[in-house]
Design a protein around this ligand. Structure first.
Ligand code: NAG
Ligand code: NAG
Ligand code: NAG
Ligand code: NAG
Ligand code: NAG
Ligand code: NAG
Ligand code: NAG
Ligand code: NAG
Ligand code: NAG
Length: 428
């Protein structure tokens, strides 16, 4: 008999659970009720511009709340995101900032612990809640503070946004409201970004953005989205300054200074990266870097970039600094050698030109002169005699070549070499 009663009670409980689950509308803000082990949660929300306040209560008796420790497990996930946040709370409410999210799924569970042993005495089932926000027409909002006082924000307008809207940007910082100074517009004249300069930021005070989508035909219809952050979190620093490179004892020593920044300039806030040509980028926390230098590269440049890491989590790296070139003995040697080589080449080239002019290698150029002057005639005459010598010499060469391995293009090279050789001998 007792067994039958238990089964009956269980069936009733199951029916009751299902009934409450399906009879309450999850999305409309109506309370949702789930019951387990006589623990009964109720969830509801209150809306307040930028945020949704999720609250819950249960029907624990006063006696129970005094006797046990009561805790709530809240778990929520914004639509179209993968990350589920879970928190253990003692309060019976949670403020959820919607920013640009179009809604969330949340669930709450109540747990009762024995005060001394911390054993779970009672636990409710999950009570679920779905919140659907008014339509959100913008996405991919991204803001950056750079060069200390410049502030840029950009966003995309979703494809489903109505055609007759405009987007307004403003923010509140240290109790003051600021309108956008200069909108960035797309081809259809919609605002898709805002550029501001000469802004004075307080490092520890929040910037509260207000992005309002307004219907052009009905000014009273608008939707506002809010997002807040502290300036340091979105700051892109200027590259490190005063970079100097020296080469000592076959190692490169690079020194630099941090750039000016909003907020703390404590040296332990900064993380640097050093990039030396043909080497892996290295992370450095000091304001210097020493690198043993075994095989000097032909041309070696060093660059440094910076972001804040320790004092504040910041994902934005500065630009790389202008490259500083590393000079060493080897590069000087290479320069000297190349200088000597080019001098030699110019000298030899000069000789070649002289020789060619003299021995009619450049016949084509000298030919078209209509009335050769006496001078040239004399030159040509001198050439006649030389040509004979040349023929004689060429025959010698030929006999030599036939003795050795025959080469097809050997003639041309030999001619040039000879041109050089003979003129050189004559001049000396
Ligand atoms: C809480 O409410 C449920 C359902 O209404 C009920 O079954 C349960 O007995 C109540 N618990 C307490 C402690 O009042
Ligand atoms: C975002 O999530 C909602 C509710 O889960 C869904 O209706 C919608 O299609 C999703 N949108 C995208 C772009 O995935
Ligand atoms: C903009 O955001 C959507 C989802 O929020 C993402 O799928 C898309 O890749 C983003 N586009 C760009 C250009 O970042
Ligand atoms: C950075 O700021 C300084 C001082 O405000 C200004 O003179 C300089 O032009 C700015 N640099 C850039 C690249 O905007
Ligand atoms: C900020 O916006 C201005 C105006 O569109 C642009 O010239 C500048 O390059 C932007 N700077 C950064 C760092 O995005
Ligand atoms: C946000 O901006 C809109 C349009 O400028 C304004 O009507 C609204 O009051 C602002 N919201 C807040 C909280 O200041
Ligand atoms: C303008 O928008 C408001 C608020 O949504 C609405 O009450 C009103 O009827 C609209 N007026 C027109 C002319 O569409
Ligand atoms: C950087 O170099 C300049 C000029 O050499 C000097 O005036 C300045 O004090 C240096 N800055 C730092 C932080 O050392
Ligand atoms: C270079 O190395 C030598 C010995 O290895 C050392 O005595 C000297 O102090 C070093 N010089 C510098 C500038 O580090």
């Amino acid at each position: 008999m007792a067994q039958v009663t238990v089964i009956l009670v269980m069936l009733i409980v199951i029916f009751f659970q299902h009934h409450t689950l399906f009879s309450t509308s999850l999305a409309s803000g109506q309370p949702d009720v789930v019951d387990e082990l006589a623990l009964h949660n109720v969830l509801w929300i209150t809306k307040n511009e930028s945020r949704v306040i999720l609250s819950w209560s249960n029907n624990l008796t006063r006696e129970e709340t005094e006797k046990y420790t009561v805790e709530y497990i809240l778990s929520y996930k914004f639509f179209n995101t993968t990350h589920e946040k879970e928190e253990r709370l003692q309060r019976k409410k949670k403020i959820i900032r919607m920013e640009l999210h179009s809604g969330f799924n949340a669930k709450v569970k109540t747990q009762l612990f024995a005060k001394e042993t911390e054993d779970v005495i009672k636990e409710s089932d999950w009570t679920e809640f779905t919140y659907k926000a008014p339509p959100v027409y913008i996405q991919n909002l991204s803001c950056i503070i750079y060069n200390i006082s410049f502030f840029n924000c950009t966003w995309h307008i979703k494809a489903e946004a109505p055609e007759d809207i405009q987007i307004l940007f403003s923010y509140r910082h240290v109790g003051k409201d600021f309108e956008c100074q200069q909108y960035i517009k797309n081809a259809r004249k919609k605002n898709i970004g805002c550029h501001m300069k000469e802004i004075c930021f307080q490092p520890s005070r929040k910037i509260n953005l207000n992005i309002t989508v307004r219907a052009l035909r009905n000014n009273s219809r608008m939707l506002s989205y809010y997002k807040s952050f502290i300036p340091q979190a979105i700051e892109k620093l200027n590259p490190p300054i005063n970079i100097s490179v020296s080469l000592e004892n076959r190692s490169i020593k690079i020194h630099w200074k941090p750039p000016p920044a909003i907020g703390s300039a404590s040296s332990k806030c900064f993380l640097y990266q050093v990039n030396i040509t043909d080497h892996k980028i290295v992370d450095v926390t000091a304001e210097k870097y020493e690198y043993p230098f075994h095989k000097p590269a032909k041309k070696c440049a060093a660059q440094v970039r910076v972001k804040k890491e320790v004092c504040i989590a910041n994902k934005v790296w500065s630009e790389w600094s202008e490259p500083v070139f590393i000079h060493n003995e080897m590069t000087v040697d290479v320069k000297l050698i190349s200088l000597t080589l080019s001098c030699l080449l110019i000298f030899l080239g000069g000789l070649l030109i002289c020789a060619c002019r003299r021995y009619r290698c450049l016949e084509v150029i000298t030919m078209p002169v209509p009335h050769p002057s006496d001078n040239i005639k004399a030159w040509l005459a001198a050439d006649e005699t030389y040509h004979q010598k040349q023929m004689h010499w060429q025959m010698e060469i030929h006999s030599e070549v036939t003795l050795g391995t025959p080469e097809e293009n050997g003639d041309k090279n030999a001619e040039q070499q000879r041109c050089l050789k003979e003129s050189g001998l004559e001049d000396l």
